[in-house]
Design a protein around this ligand. Sequence first.
Ligand code: NAD
Ligand code: GLY
Length: 357
Amino acid sequence: MKNKSIIKVNLFDRSYPIEIGSSLLNEFNFSELILGNDCLIVTNEVIASIYLDMLINNIKTNNIETLILEDGESTKTEKTWSTIIDKLVDMKANRDTTILALGGGVIGDIAGFAAATYMRGLPFIQIPTSLLAQVDSSVGGKTGINHAKGKNLVGSFYQPIAVVSDIDVLKTLPDREYKCGLAEIIKYGAIYDSDFFVWLEGNISLLLKRDNDALIYAISRSCEIKADIVSQDELETGKRAILNFGHTFAHAIENHIGYGTIFHGEAVAIGMLMASKISLISQPDKERLINLIINSGLPHKLEEFDKNEMLEIMLMDKKIKNKKLRLVLLNKLGDAYIEDNIQNDHIMDAFEKFHQA
Ligand code: NAD
Ligand code: GLY
């Protein structure tokens, strides 16, 4: 175990480091990365009240502007994007101005999209503060906003120049949000690395206690896996889609039950179980996946739901190719594949088997 770790995302001239450790918000040398004199920190009201001063005090040498947005998914809109652009215009920002995204996935996605679009691209640094953002959304360059007709409908692939993940900030993350991050960590073990899955089985209680060493290892290994996949398929023309394991079911569950009633990571946990039901994975391995999800304090059951409505929602999902659903399924723990030829019966079968379990 190490108390610090650096993972590299290898993308030619768009390569960047992911720094993971303690005390990074107040000790990491951000000034080294900020090339010009100006930077804009984009954050939200919750995070600003706890962490903004600490970050500002650490970036002594630059002209620092801040923009504090409202908390929550409802802030990821064109209007807020426009607010960030207006702020950059007011600052007379140019291509040397660096954007720092201090927050969870919402802030990272919208600040990243503003960085991607202002003057066709400003350097930006992800400073993720939720576990989900530290293991997933800050890495890989997906940026964007929601549209009234769909989540993340507008966006672009735009890589940050660095990701700086301070695990100390996770101490203030609400429990339910924290567990949502655990769901994504379990996903990495399930799709890519059976040894990591075994490690998670043995260390889940330490992770639930937010133990520093366990967190650094789990975040680092998750980022390493995501970096490896992204470096093979940055624009999601193929392999990157395996990162969506459980997510097609999850989007339908969130849509059906209600966004905010069930959290995304909770829906992903159930979605992974549904996907496993129609996967080649052995029965003992299916049980290991359920047990790890239960031991993480994530939901593994859903109250009765309307299977036909859920199917309808899934058929509208953007991962449909040639009017057929595609799903990420598991050959075995640590080995995922993409099934292009999913029929409606398969989905119904997954729902039935999920309920019977
Ligand atoms: P979030 O950004 O809304 O954060 C969750 C909640 O936790 C918020 O209320 C936030 O203010 C609070 N919070 C965050 N860090 C905190 C801390 N250290 N202490 C106290 N409170 C804290 O949600 P999220 O789960 O981080 O991210 C979800 C978003 O990420 C969605 O919009 C989703 O579409 C996006 N996402 C993007 C990618 C990608 O690849 N770009 C991947 C997954 C998810
Ligand atoms: N969160 C899935 C991806 O980045 O591709």
